[in-house]
Design a protein around this ligand. Sequence first.
Ligand SMILES: [Zn+2]
Ligand SMILES: [Zn+2]
Length: 344
Amino acid sequence: MSELRQNFATKEWVVIATERARRPEEMAHHRERKPLASFVASCPFCPGNEKLTPPEVLRVPASLDVPWHARVFPNKFAALSRDVQPTRSVHRSRRAVNGFGVHDVIVETPDHAQVLALMPDSYVAEILRIYKTRYDELSLDPRVALVTIFKNHGIDAGTSLEHPHSQMIATPVTSVQVRERFQTALRHFDDYGECMFCQMIEEELEEQTRIVMVSEHFVAMELYASPAPFFTHIYPRRHMASFGDVSAAEMNDLARMLRSMLAKLYHGLADPDFNFTIRSAPAESVGVKYFHWYLSVIPRLTRVAGFELGSGMFINTVLPEAAAEFLRKVDVESVRNGAAAATR
Ligand SMILES: [Zn+2]
Ligand SMILES: [Zn+2]
């Protein structure tokens, strides 16, 4: 029988439609992905074309084998502008803030054909350290209320640019969705005196059925009330409200876990389009005891349709426990070692 499940953290309901249940492996799209070249002369993110992008705000410099590891610069087609003071206007039923905001692009590698899932862990760690550096800087800006870090991989995830990159947008307001989640967590803390995420992580670690991976500092799991197939959260095991609180050792551990998680999707589900995003306490709430940051990986295997838009409830056709079991079994380390052996 199908089941309606409630997300503990957001209170949102989802329909786990086991009547129409699909086996996890049926979700792989096995599309023709055209092989990419490592360098594309017309690509603004490829090395040699640095002048085609706005001036850099940050660069991870060259090493022996690459001209640079990663670059950060303002989005040329930024949704918001960093050079204005946010001023509010309220006129009867209409309120607005002028278009202040910071919109960064993070080019993750000089190699046009590379993907995060197959990079060395140390390169992924460099990218996460860039996120943190920029996150810390933008959080200190008094004009900024919320910093959102995200990656779009593939057309179904909202990008047509092939060259591996992620983005960061700082806004002068906090969305209702983020605010409500924050208030739900605060209410839980007031009622029970504990972080609702810490409680949920502890219960999931005991039960094991939705756990995909556990490391010293992080845990990756399918959500009990997962709104879509293979929707995966990576949580720090230690209580931390903000992504800015991650230590250097934890960052290396997070890089390993994120890379393995993306590799499991890459090998297990034939390189699906996906988004990931970091959900962290808003800038003014660093250090609070009631919110716990996490990284959310969302493979784009299904489409949002009328029921979801009309009701705010999602229908998920893959049982989260089956998705977790499937992902646990995708052995990315032997694939990786096999590939390394083949190139020697
Ligand atoms: Zn490129
Ligand atoms: Zn916590």
